[in-house]
Design a protein around this ligand. Structure first.
Ligand SMILES: Cc1cc2nc3c(=O)[nH]c(=O)nc-3n(C[C@H](O)[C@H](O)[C@H](O)COP(=O)(O)OP(=O)(O)OC[C@H]3O[C@@H](n4cnc5c(N)ncnc54)[C@H](O)[C@@H]3O)c2cc1C
Length: 511
């Protein structure tokens, strides 16, 4: 880091006829906005290519959603772990699977930015080795596709020695945890060991351009309220994640994403869309992802916080209500009426999925109803620290539970459902007989809120195949790049975000 007065060290000609800061507070070659996977992919690649890099992170915490995410990474194309598991794959086969509907109709990458996709495929196949070379460890073994309705791909498992207080992790076994902290923390250590610096609680609010329209710096809001002017002689990477925490902005893309929904990652990370706004103000525009044009939702039970572990300072974990456990519950809406067949499959065979139906209910308020036999069977506690206050209720009768949760029709709904279990025929929603294994009959009865969450909006700044932000004439804005969930057109996820960050930094440092 060098504090510079005036324009020392920068070609004067670049600044001809332009209104530039009379003094720069900080100077570097590359500024990265955001310390999540996209930002770290860009920052580490840039520093490996001998660039000087500063990261500005608006939050109190390092690592964005990446450091609290589950550490199951979708990698294909002939990775080290695939080879170890005896899975034959290659860059060519992987690319074909993504782009040829005859290979796999569910992979819609053929609709995304194709130049970027080709680079992404190569980087994905090389990612595990890249990560290992930067101090990351993987646990042996892969999760194959279809483990549940939320994870259709093949997943590699990142290892880390401890779970940490706020991290989403797969529980320990004798050799540690599966958490993405195992990716993000070694990368931070590597980056800082090479002289990189991360400023927490520093928010990038706009870019500074020279007279030729080239981005040569940023304005940064510092914790004491001062706006810092930061020179970035090579360019700026916007890696501030998406905008799922910004209710009006997210509703532009899907009007169902009202304030009733939570945003995953909060309160550890607040995805306010500010980095995207910086890009739009600089002349960029937003596009949806070609490969995933719909928004991506999640659900939690008894908590308004997504996937934090027990006793986390960021929220309660709630109940694990997934897969075959749905055989023992029903969902009701605000009125106490059922609205869906309770089958934990992505495709309900009706043209709609669970979220389509849940989001159409009054106030998008959903309850999960079960009896005490089920609660005991799965060791579901409706009390803190497992569930949060006001999101889980118990009562000795269904009438009482209905009153407690303001569901006027609850008792009669359960009675009707119990009759369906007897006759093995759900004449309301066609729930398959095999999934109606249990009546809801043993007191006390329980009602736990099923809270709907926005997980990914699949839209962001339009970028080209090098990660450059493009303007409305589809021309790159010189010096400005976007990656991860701040970028549109190609999708996010931990590795997807990090890899576009790598691609942007390669272009930035090679040009
Ligand atoms: C709980 C959870 C579990 C997940 N599990 C997985 C998983 O197992 N596998 C997987 O592939 N994906 C997973 N994901 C998704 C994955 O974490 C995201 O797709 C990924 O983190 C996106 O990376 P990003 O860098 O684009 O954004 P983020 O991770 O959101 O990071 C962006 C960072 O930029 C900061 N920022 C924003 N605006 C500014 C600004 N103006 N100036 C400075 N800083 C700014 C933010 O505070 C944030 O720290 C999970 C997500 C969550 C929330």
């Amino acid at each position: 880091m060098t504090a510079v007065a005036g324009l020392g060290g920068v070609a004067e000609a670049v600044f001809a006829n332009t209104t530039l800061p009379s003094a720069w507070d900080l100077s570097t070659e590359i500024v990265v906005a955001g310390s999540g996977p996209a930002g770290m992919g860009a920052a580490v690649t840039a520093i490996d290519n001998n660039a000087k890099v500063l990261i500005f992170e608006k939050g109190k915490n390092y690592g964005g959603c990446g450091v609290i995410s589950a550490g199951i990474l979708k990698l294909e194309g002939g990775t080290r772990s695939q080879k170890a598991a005896g899975i034959q794959d290659s860059v060519e086969q992987y690319y074909k699977r993504l782009t040829n509907p005859n290979e796999d109709l569910s992979r819609a990458e053929r609709m995304g930015n194709q130049e970027l996709l080709a680079k992404k495929v190569e980087h994905t196949a090389a990612f595990e080795d890249w990560a290992i070379n930067h101090g990351v460890k993987f646990r042996p073994g892969l999760t194959t596709a279809g483990v549940d309705s939320q994870h259709p791909g093949m997943w590699h498992h990142v290892w880390w020695k401890d779970g940490g207080e706020g991290r989403n992790m797969i529980p320990p076994n004798k050799d540690g945890y599966v958490t993405c902290a195992g990716l993000m923390l070694p990368l931070k250590e590597y980056f800082e060991s090479k002289g990189g610096r991360i400023y927490l609680e520093h928010k990038v609010t706009s870019v500074i351009k020279d007279a030729n329209g080239r981005v040569i710096g940023v304005e940064v809001l510092s914790p004491n309220g001062k706006i810092l002017k930061v020179l970035a002689t090579k360019g700026v990477v916007l890696a501030g994640g998406g905008f799922r925490g910004n209710v009006p902005m997210r509703m532009l893309f899907d009007a169902r994403m009202t304030k009733n929904m939570i945003a995953t990652g909060e309160p550890f990370v607040f995805q306010d869309g500010s980095a995207i706004k910086v890009g739009v103000k600089a002349g960029g525009f937003m596009v949806r992802d070609g490969n995933r044009p719909h928004s991506n939702f999640r659900r939690k039970f008894g908590t308004i916080h997504y996937n934090f572990p027990l006793n986390s300072p960021y929220g309660a974990p709630g109940l694990d209500v997934a897969g075959n456990r749905w055989n023992q519950i029903i969902f009701t809406n605000k009125n106490g009426d059922r609205f869906v067949q309770e089958v934990d499959k992505w495709d309900l065979g009706t043209g709609y999925n669970f979220y389509d139906l849940a989001l159409a209910q009054p106030d998008q308020l959903i309850w999960t109803i079960f009896d005490d036999a089920t609660a005991k069977k799965y060791r579901w506690s409706t009390k803190p620290p497992v569930c949060e206050e006001g999101l889980a209720f118990d009562a000795n009768t269904l009438d009482e539970l209905g009153k407690l949760t303001n569901q006027p029709n609850l008792a009669q709904t359960v009675e009707r459902y119990n009759n369906f279990v007897d006759t093995k025929a759900d004449s309301d929603f066609g729930r398959p007989a095999a999934t109606m294994t249990k009546k809801i009959e043993k007191a006390p009865f329980h009602a736990v809120r099923c809270v709907l969450a926005v997980h990914n909006i699949s839209a962001g700044l339009a970028i080209n195949g090098d990660g450059q932000v493009i303007d409305i004439d589809l021309q790159p804005i010189p010096g400005l790049y976007a990656a991860g969930e701040s970028a549109g057109g190609i999708g996010g996820g931990v590795t997807g975000s990090m890899i576009v960050g790598q691609i942007a930094a390669e272009h930035l440092t090679n040009n």
